[in-house]
Design a protein around this ligand. Structure first.
Ligand SMILES: Nc1nc2c(ncn2[C@@H]2O[C@H](COP(=O)(O)OP(=O)(O)OP(=O)(O)O)[C@@H](O)[C@H]2O)c(=O)[nH]1
Ligand SMILES: [Mg+2]
Length: 194
């Protein structure tokens, strides 16, 4: 699979649902500013095809990118940025409820967690939602360039305690240093084919 052969397709408020060519898809989701758009750019080896920003809450819609004419990478808006302070944010929740209900194209959810931070209430709410719907999940700890080995071990330890039974896959990544990007590409290829 040639990840460099990627183009932006369209932004949607919910899942594709046949508006563009139906293909399998994976989604990148997580708190605002965790590095979703940056990770997509690293995967496809482009500087800013998925727009990134220092300001949280930059991505507002579900942005579909097509990789090598084979599948979609979906860049999601960050959660936890609703000013009203309601858990996850109402608009986000509605978008996601629609997105996840009966989405046959969805092959894997990549939940991104900033490796320097503890899980917050929004992360836990989202994880519970994923568990309750029995959706396929991989956890990605982002910005690993900011962590030394002992902090990585601590993070992994916390993670294993939290989800050891049902969710087994986890990666540390750094979009900045291109760490584990190749491994993640292989993992994506495998879930797309499954
Ligand atoms: N050090 C470091 N910084 C990163 C990494 N990935 C992203 N960042 C920085 O984190 C900030 C947010 O990155 P984005 O990719 O825009 O985050 P996002 O999750 O798409 O944010 P929203 O669209 O607002 O939800 C930017 O300033 C990036 O440069 C990384 O691997 N290492
Ligand atoms: Mg973004």
């Amino acid at each position: 699979m040639n990840f460099a052969n990627t183009e932006f397709v369209q932004s949607f408020k919910t899942k594709n649902d046949g508006r563009v060519n139906p293909l399998p898809e994976v989604i990148f989701i997580g708190r605002s500013n965790v590095g979703k758009s940056s990770l997509i750019n690293a995967l496809i080896n482009r500087k800013n095809l998925a727009f990134t920003s220092k300001k949280p809450g930059y991505t507002k819609l579900l942005n579909y990118f097509i990789v090598d004419d084979s599948f979609y990478l979906v860049d999601a808006p960050g959660y936890g940025y609703a000013k009203a302070g309601k858990s996850l944010g109402r608009d986000f929740q509605k978008m996601m409820d629609d997105y996840f209900s009966d989405n046959k194209a969805l092959k894997q959810i990549f939940l991104l967690i900033d490796s320097r931070r503890e899980l917050n209430e929004d992360d836990v709410t989202f994880l519970e939602f994923v568990k309750s719907k029995n959706l396929p999940l991989t956890v990605i700890f982002t910005k690993a360039d900011k962590l030394n080995q002992s902090l990585r071990a601590k993070t992994m330890n916390m993670y294993q305690k939290l989800f050891s039974d049902s969710q087994k896959k986890a990666f540390f990544t750094s979009s900045l240093k291109k760490e584990n990007i190749g491994m993640l590409q292989k993992h994506i290829e495998a879930v797309i084919k499954s």
